[in-house]
Each structure stands twice: as C-alpha cells, then as structure tokens.
Design a protein around this ligand. Structure first.
Ligand code: BES
Ligand code: MN
Ligand code: MN
Length: 478
C-alpha cells in the first residue's frame, strides 16, 4: 500500500472518466426517463408499469453492451439479469439493486408530481437535485452502476466480469428473489456483491455502510365488544379497544426508552468502548439534526447517542394505528376493534423469527381479559455487518479517496435490506455497500430527491472500485 499513487490510479481509468465527463447530460436524461415510469411494487394498479420498467431497463442494458440480458418472470414482479464475462480467470462483481419504488402517497405533499422528474435547487445539493419517487431509492443509485459499466466498456477499461441482478420487489420485502437466488446459484456465482442502496454522511464526508439493521414487522388487532357501541350508554363499562391498544403500546417502552418485551435484548451484541468512541468520531451535530426536523430535542434509549440509537440499537415503532371514528365532526362511539402496525429494527445477533415470537408472546400476555388480541407477523429480515478489513472494503475506501480526496468513514446504517443477509447465506458472498444518497433525500417520503453531485460522483467512484478490487484480488499493487 506504500506504493499507492492516486495519479496512477486515476490514469488506469482515464478513458472511463473522460467518457463520464463527456456524457453527463445524456446520463441524466436517461435517468429521467427511467424515473417517469411509476414502478410501484406494492400496488397492483401499477403491475404493468413495473413490467414496463423492467423491459426498458433490459433494453437499455442490451444497448450498452451487456450480454445474456434476461427478464426473469417470478410469481410477482420480474428480475432483470445481465452479464459481461470477459475472462473466467478474472474476478466477478455481482451488482444488485432494485427498480421498484415506494408508493408516492401522500401525493398532495409533493411540490412537483412524483413521476415527472424535475431538477431543483436545495440548500445542501450544490448542483441541484432530481426530484422524483425512486430518484435515490433506488433507481438513481442502481443506474449509477449501469452508467459506470457503460463508461468502462465503451472505453475498453472494464477490468473484470460483471453480473447485474436488478429486482422489482425490494420495497415489498423481496418475496420472490430468495427463490430465484436459490434456483440460480451457479449463474450468480461471483466474488463479491456490490450494492448502492444506502447513503453516506454528507457530500464532503464520504462514508461506507458497514451494517444494516434487521426487521420484524407485525400487525396487531385488539377486539372488544362484538359491535360498535354508544359511548354514553356503554362508556365506562366495557373495555374500549382503542384505549387498551394505546395502553398496551405505551407499555412497550420504559421510562429509559428501553423496550420492555422480556428477552428482547438477550442476544443484542453490545459494542466495546473502543468501537463506540470510534463511532463518535464521525461528524454529527445533534443541533443541526433537530433543526432539520424542526424538533426541540431528540428522543430515545437513555445513555446512547443519536447516531447509536439509529444504527447499533434495536427499536420498536408504531408505523400506523387506526380504529373508531375519524370522519368530520364528533361521533360518540366505542369502536369494537383497534389496529396497529409495528416495526422492530434488529441488530446483530437478534433474529427476526425469535423477536417476532417474543413480541407475540408478550403482547398476548399483557392483554386484559376484556379484549381479544391477534398478532399477524409480516415479512422480516436479518441484520448484517460487513468487515472493514476485507479486500472489497480496501478497494472501496481507496476509490472514495480518489474521487472525494478523503478517506471514507465506516458507518452502520439503521435501514434494512433483508436480501443481503440472504445472499450471504445462500451464495456465501459478502456485500460491499457503496451508497451515495443522503439521509435528507426524503426516501419513502414526499419530495424524494437525489443530488446530481451524488449521482455523478457515484458513477465516477464505481469504476475505481472495479479496478482496485480486481488488482487487489490478483495481488497487484493499486
Ligand atoms: N434502500 C432502502 C434501505 C436503506 C435506505 C438502508 C437507506 C440504508 C440507508 C430499502 O429500499 C428499504 O426501504 N428497506 C426497507 C425494508 C424493506 C423490507 C421494505 C426499510 O428499511 O424499511
Ligand atoms: Mn432501496
Ligand atoms: Mn426503500
């Protein structure tokens, strides 16, 4: 590593970088076209649009020189596969991403239509940002890999083999990708998986995601009397399911912000003092954080910092709650049932199965006799941690140093990509997460956007990863 020379590294991808600089407008226009397609995986109304998005992506992959391009049907939305095998003696990078997006609702909160991309100024995006559903999560980030590949191939600088596997069901828990992966292990054989579906700390603070939380998601129902009741005639005499549900939910945290489900923390991996102080070095301002969200102060588990609460600690959050009368005016009624959706974010070594089981047991046990409780588990996913002493990490770190002029900081993210743990289990492969989005990019929210700086910087950084990774794998100097 002492022989490291950024100039020589830059030269090794010179034509690729020139190609990128010369095609920025084209790269942006192409992304805009992809963002126009409302590929919402959760809503059956958009089924044809999701299929259309897969078609357009596949067509594009063919055009830029990928081989074996396939639209693989599944019981749900299709998976797009493509590859370029230049020499079986060289390493193979498997790029994973998703072309499906979250629903756009609440639509009235968008300042421009979610599927009519526009570039707008923002205080933190120096070149402006493209506003559209999926701009950051994950069409924009997935497409950086497509463009990086195009640049490398067109410049005769593709240093290794590449496979693309882009799915259309990530936002609904990837129900069919696991089946596809199990059935196509040989076809998907690779040395590393490369994913851009996470973020980084700031445009001038590059970071590499080294972990994701797992997920347990449950829907609960509290049922009281067999019909809605007059709240005057029956109020005070029967259990009100909404009162009971909210009490039960409130009891799931104690006064220190800890989750009260017995056994919930039993397997949680505590970080060492050294690891925690390492984390605390990442630049983070609680004040700026509060200001950006217009809140007076942060909230969470006592004795942990905001960064820790959002990454290395498990959580329990109500994501939706409903029941009773919510129309105009006042209706005096005790609803016969109340419901809620609850997510729990998990950390190593919690498993979604165990945590879901603990939740069900506990939730049923705290229900008073006056109501009946039902818990329906939804999809889950396991947490992941990736090593910082691997060839892939080294390759990625050097790539960021080249394009950002700074060494990236390793950070664990609070989000979940359940399929990554599955890749490790089924394919025996580690994943390198090179995310270029910002937390403030409003993914899943109205006005999602992706900075143009971030889009281009991603496209520039990825080819360096390809060359560094290939060289390190072949024991060559970088
Ligand atoms: N790309 C996100 C996950 C993400 C975003 C991780 C930012 C880290 C930083 C992904 O598309 C997503 O939304 N995942 C869901 C879970 C999935 C099962 C719907 C999540 O984290 O809620
Ligand atoms: Mn995503
Ligand atoms: Mn998402």
């Amino acid at each position: 590593m002492n022989f490291r020379n950024f100039e020589s590294q830059k030269n090794s991808m010179k034509n690729t970088q020139d190609y990128i600089q010369g095609n920025k407008d084209k790269f942006l226009k192409e992304l805009v076209e992809l963002l126009r397609i409302p590929s919402v995986s959760a809503d059956p109304i958009y089924k044809d649009d999701v299929a259309h998005c897969a078609d357009e992506l596949a067509k594009h992959l063919k055009e830029i020189g990928l081989d074996a391009v396939e639209i693989c049907p599944t019981a749900g939305h299709p998976i797009v596969y493509a590859e370029k095998i230049i020499d079986s003696a060289l390493p193979t990078i498997l790029v994973y991403g998703h072309y499906d997006v979250q629903p756009a609702d609440p639509i009235e909160l968008w300042t421009s239509p979610p599927f009519e991309p526009v570039i707008k100024e923002t205080p933190i995006h120096p070149m402006g940002a493209i506003f559209a559903r999926g701009a950051c999560d994950d069409k924009g980030q997935m497409f950086m890999h497509v463009k990086a590949f195009e640049a490398m191939l067109a410049s005769n600088e593709l240093p290794c083999n590449v496979k693309f596997m882009i799915e259309g069901e990530e936002e609904v828990g990837s129900p069919n990708l696991a089946i596809y992966v199990k059935e196509n292990k040989a076809k998907l054989a690779a040395d590393i998986i490369l994913v851009s579906d996470t973020g980084m700390l700031a445009n001038d603070v590059p970071s590499i995601t080294t972990g994701l939380r797992g997920l347990s998601y449950v829907e609960v129902e509290v049922v009281g009397p067999n019909r809605d009741l007059h709240s005057g005639l029956y109020g005070g005499c029967v259990a009100n399911p909404i009162n009971i549900l909210t009490e039960m939910i409130a009891s799931l945290h104690d006064e220190n912000g800890r989750i009260t489900i017995p056994g919930f923390y039993d397997t949680v991996q505590e970080l060492s003092i050294e690891e925690r102080s390492e984390m605390a070095k990442a630049p983070f301002s609680n004040e700026a954080y509060c200001k950006a969200l217009n809140i007076e102060e942060t909230h969470g588990e006592a004795t942990y910092s905001t960064m820790e609460r959002g990454s290395i600690r498990p959580t329990l959050d109500v994501n939706g709650i409903w029941g009773g009368y919510i129309g105009e005016g006042a209706k005096t009624v005790i609803a016969s049932k109340a419901q809620a959706k609850i997510s729990m974010r998990l950390v190593p070594h919690q498993t979604s199965e165990e945590i879901t089981e603990l939740f069900v047991k506990h939730f049923e046990s705290i229900a008073p006799k006056s109501v009946r409780v039902k818990v329906h588990p939804h999809h889950g996913g396991e947490p992941v941690v990736t090593p910082t002493d691997s060839i892939a990490y080294k390759a990625a770190s050097l790539s960021y140093e080249t394009t950002f002029g700074k060494k990236p900081i390793p950070v664990r993210s609070g989000g979940s990509i359940p399929i990554i743990a599955m890749f490790e289990q089924e394919l025996g492969l580690k994943t390198m997460m090179m995310g270029f989005g910002l937390d403030s990019d409003a993914i899943h929210s109205p006005n999602e956007h992706f900075g143009l700086f971030n889009y281009y910087r991603g496209i520039e950084t990825i080819p360096y990863f390809f060359s560094n990774y290939t060289k390190l794998m072949l024991n060559e100097n970088v």
